[in-house]
Design a protein around this ligand. Structure first.
Ligand SMILES: *Cc1c(COP(=O)(O)O)cnc(C)c1O
Length: 382
């Protein structure tokens, strides 16, 4: 054979018996079958019988299996981002004429998807007050298919009464999904509390280093596995093994990072709560956070993201200058990595409150908390 052919059909190969502790990065679209009888095209890839890279390489499936093990799920799907996890749950479970519910405190792009794309598809999604608890029963209609929860909520950090919402949903046979990103899938046990679907932005704590985007959808049973898996393959949502490999590495230090982040964050949030400029600190472990009692009852810990509300006698320009004056806290979206972040919300209105320009979300990193406090103190007094 010509070398050009031999290069493509080489006989040389290394043995696979390299028992490294890390899962290899398996790249591949096509997977080769031994014989015609072995040819399969099934996204389930049952019993290690791989059929196509789109359905998950061993690296990606390993990540899913580990997330499922951590969360106590029937199965965990890995998707390209946290937002992809949210959109896939909607698209798999809602069709034209269906109704859904999402808390007003939910991650913004979740609400944006509901108000735009889903509305165009004939799916109607209503917003509800995250503090509604058992009162959610009054919002459930005969065509309600899906109730979203997110606890604590984005930016305003309301902790939800998940058991009460689960009970109301189960009584009416409605599926209930939780965005469990804050808890990294571990600080709140979604499945022990009866949730049907728990999603995470792995981008945050599992990735943990602000260098990847991934999401997970963990399901409680085989019926949800079938529905979500089928629609995922129809949509062609695939994940790179490199991203999955980084997330597998992130998992190795998740326990240690969460422990340290919890301690540093509590120290900083407690310090901020003594400052005269700050009207409220929305951190689930502090009594000033809406739903703090529920957090104490249901969670095993707190994480690194929380918000501060400047008192209303402070002009919004002063809040902007405070954020601009921060040096260690970088200004940027997302959170859960190793560095401290700050984000101000110029427009932030709720039916009962206007926090525009006064709400600042902080993410604490792995810096020494004394240095972060010094940074905050300097920025508050400049
Ligand atoms: C960041 C975030 C998401 C989206 O994750 P991406 O991977 O950035 O798409 C979803 N839910 C919550 C609560 C988040 O904070």
């Amino acid at each position: 054979m010509h070398w050009r052919t031999r290069i493509l059909h080489a006989q040389a190969a290394q043995s696979n018996d390299f028992h490294a502790l890390a899962t290899p990065v398996y790249r591949g679209s096509t997977v080769a079958f031994e014989r015609v009888a072995d040819i399969a095209d099934d996204w389930r890839q049952k019993d290690g019988a791989y059929s196509y890279g789109l359905y998950g390489s061993p690296t990606v499936l390993e990540l899913g299996a580990r997330i499922a093990e951590m969360e106590g799920a029937y199965h965990s799907f890995i998707v390209p981002s946290g937002q992809a996890a949210i959109s896939l749950v909607y698209l798999a479970l809602c069709k034209a004429g269906d109704h859904g519910l999402v808390p007003i405190s939910a991650y913004g792009p979740n609400r944006a998807l509901a108000a735009d794309l889903l509305k165009g598809f004939g799916v109607e999604v209503d917003l509800y007050d995250p503090g509604i608890g058992a009162g959610i029963a009054n919002l459930i209609r005969p065509n309600t298919r899906l109730i979203w929860t997110e606890s604590p909520g984005s930016a305003t950090m309301e902790v939800q009464d998940i058991p009460a919402i689960v009970a109301a949903a189960k009584a009416r046979d409605v599926l209930m999904a939780l965005d469990n990103t804050y808890a990294a899938g571990v600080l709140f046990d979604a499945f022990a509390h009866g949730v049907d679907i728990s999603i995470q932005a792995l981008t945050k704590y599992v990735g943990g280093h602000s260098d990847l985007l991934l999401g997970s959808i963990s399901v409680a049973n085989s019926a949800l596995y079938e529905r979500i898996g089928t629609v995922r393959s129809q949509l062609g949502l695939s994940v790179s093994p490199d991203e999955a490999s980084l997330a597998l590495r992130g998992l190795q230090t998740l326990g240690m990072r969460l422990e340290r982040l919890e301690r540093s964050t509590l120290e900083i949030a407690t310090w901020l709560s003594t400052r005269p400029e700050i009207a409220a600190v929305f951190h689930p472990a502090l009594p000033s956070c809406p739903g703090h009692e529920l957090w104490k009852r249901d969670f095993t810990g707190s994480a690194s993201v929380f918000s501060i509300l400047f008192s209303d006698d402070i002009p919004t320009e002063q809040v902007t200058s405070f954020v601009d004056a921060l040096r260690l806290f970088q200004k940027g979206w997302s959170w859960g990595g190793t560095t401290a972040l700050a984000m101000v919300y110029p427009e932030f209105k709720r039916s009962d409150a206007d926090y525009s320009g006064r709400l600042v979300r902080l993410n604490v990193g792995l810096e020494e908390p004394t240095d972060l406090i010094a940074d905050l103190e300097r920025a508050l007094t400049t």
